[in-house]
Design a protein around this ligand. Structure first.
Ligand code: CU
Length: 147
């Protein structure tokens, strides 16, 4: 009887540990650096956020969406050159390779902040939350730069 209880206890402990590990997911192995947002006057209702996403885990990390308190909507976009013209399109996700990194930068991937709730002044700090496919969420403080 005693052994059975102990087994139960170990089992419950193990299950809680697993669910904890799942909730925590990749977030402890993902580092965001150089996060910044383009400054915008109040007349402009959109801006873009850029950053470097480093994945130190042995598994690929997939960024599926983003959100921010300062914008009604945040979308993952990708700029690319098509017939000599820059073209911007929504991207379903951003794959960050295992032990690798992806740079979101002008001319490439970015997070489009749409319907800004306030002007973005140089020096402001903007929280942006990144949502990954495994359920991990990472909030980063981005600096407003430029203009
Ligand atoms: Cu865009």
């Amino acid at each position: 009887m005693k052994t059975k209880n102990l087994c139960c206890f170990i089992f419950i402990f193990f299950v809680s540990f697993l669910s904890y590990a799942r909730a925590d997911g990749l977030s402890k192995d993902i580092f965001i650096s150089n996060a910044w947002v383009q400054a915008m006057p109040s007349s402009q209702k959109i801006s873009a956020a850029y950053m470097v996403i480093t994945n130190n885990s042995p598994k690929e990390a997939i960024l599926v969406s983003a959100s921010s308190d300062i914008a009604a909507t945040a979308e993952i976009h990708q700029m690319s050159e098509m017939n000599g013209m820059m073209n911007m399109a929504m991207a379903a996700n951003v794959h960050v390779p295992a032990q690798g990194k992806v740079t979101l930068q002008p001319g490439g991937f970015h997070i489009m902040l749409i319907n800004l709730k306030k002007p973005l002044n140089k020096g402001d700090i903007i929280p942006i939350t990144l949502h990954f496919q495994d359920g991990s969420n990472i909030t980063v403080n981005a600096d407003v730069r430029g203009q």
